[in-house]
Design a binder for this molecule. Structure first.
Ligand code: 8DG
Ligand code: MG
Length: 315
């Protein structure tokens, strides 16, 4: 069965003023009855995903979707049906959501969603929601601890909540020393720190996870660290994205979107190629390469979970 033969389901993430997320309960007598879900339903033949989302949310909640961007599309196989769960974040809508089909409705804090009984296809969706918009990668030449602290403090103060310590070619002792300093600062700010390279070293230094280079990704047959530790992976094409998903990585970084001074010879993907690859990846994908926070809306509309950057995020 091809991807096109899957039942295409569109669902929406709606937030209230306090940032809580709307979930509704699947009625008795239906597939996965009684479980909480994100409102939505099956696309009609020939219908575009955004049009289907707007129709479903009008039918189920009585609201008009004005703007939405894709969050993640999860291919999932239930014994009785195969679906593509295509989840969108609703950015703007009109009307207050009301249960128009008698379904139970609740606004839940993002952190509390994991405690609800939801369909298994929704697990990767919760993972995508838990990731931040910005992913800071440290500058490659950085070896000085004071410089690391100064830069990191500023970046964290500006709202960065996910950091990759990347020290290509550094001695293990240097990685250990700088990771210890970075870990203290990140913990204090409620940010997560990933160390680029060997998963065993990332774990040994007490990081929140590992970021796999493309060569590490090639070498691994399975996810190197268990949840809740994070596993990110550097990808440049469809095959690497497929591998990241196959080993159960939490997210990928896809680059280069634009030409960059650090990789002048690498052919840039451009946004339309990026969008094509990210939409089919089945895991959250950050856009990297000549992008910064100013590109966030564009990246999100192209299906990125957010943007990753060195220069644009390093103070
Ligand atoms: N809406 C929604 N469906 C989900 C989620 N997670 C998940 O596995 N599903 C599955 C359950 C169903 O098999 C399928 C949605 O199909 P459905 O029958 O509810 O679609 P619908 O709203 O168009 O229902 P209907 O008009 O046919 O009654 O997707 C989710 O978060 N939201
Ligand atoms: Mg539905």
């Amino acid at each position: 069965m091809t991807a096109a033969a899957r039942l295409h389901v569109v669902a929406g993430i709606l937030r209230d003023a306090a940032g809580r997320v709307l979930v509704t309960r699947r009625p008795a007598g239906r597939h996965l009855e009684g479980l909480w879900e994100f409102p939505g339903g099956k696309l009609e033949p020939g219908e575009a995903p955004l049009a289907g989302l707007a129709r479903e949310l009008a039918e189920e909640l009585g609201i008009q979707v004005r703007e939405a961007w894709p969050l993640i599309a999860v291919p999932w196989d239930y014994p009785e049906r195969r679906i593509l769960l295509d989840v969108w974040e609703v950015r703007r809508h009109e009307g207050r959501p009301r249960p128009r089909e008698g379904q139970a409705l609740a606004w839940v804090r993002r952190e509390a969603l994991a405690g609800l009984a939801m369909p298994p296809a929704d697990r990767p969706v919760l993972g995508a929601l838990a990731l931040p918009d910005l992913y800071l990668v440290t500058p490659p030449q950085l070896r000085d601890e004071a410089a690391l602290r100064a830069g990191l403090e500023k970046a964290l103060a500006r709202g960065v909540r996910l950091v990759q310590l990347r020290l290509p070619g550094a001695a293990e002792a240097t990685v250990r020393r700088l990771a210890a300093a970075a870990r203290t600062l990140c913990r204090a700010a409620g940010a997560r720190l990933l160390v680029n390279g060997d998963p065993a070293l990332a774990e040994a230094v007490g990081a929140d996870g590992v970021h796999l280079s493309a060569s590490w990704l090639r070498r691994l047959e399975a996810r190197p660290l268990p949840a809740p530790q994070l596993v990110g992976a550097s990808c440049h094409d469809r095959a690497e994205l497929a591998r990241a998903r196959a080993i159960g990585a939490d997210f990928a970084v896809l680059s280069p979107v634009r030409p960059t001074p650090s990789h002048p010879d690498a052919p840039a993907l451009g946004w339309s190629r990026f969008a094509h690859l990210a939409r089919g990846a089945g895991l959250p994908v950050y856009a990297l390469g000549g992008v910064g926070p100013a590109d966030l809306a564009r990246a999100r509309h192209a299906g990125a979970r957010g943007i990753a950057a060195i220069r644009a995020l390093w103070p």
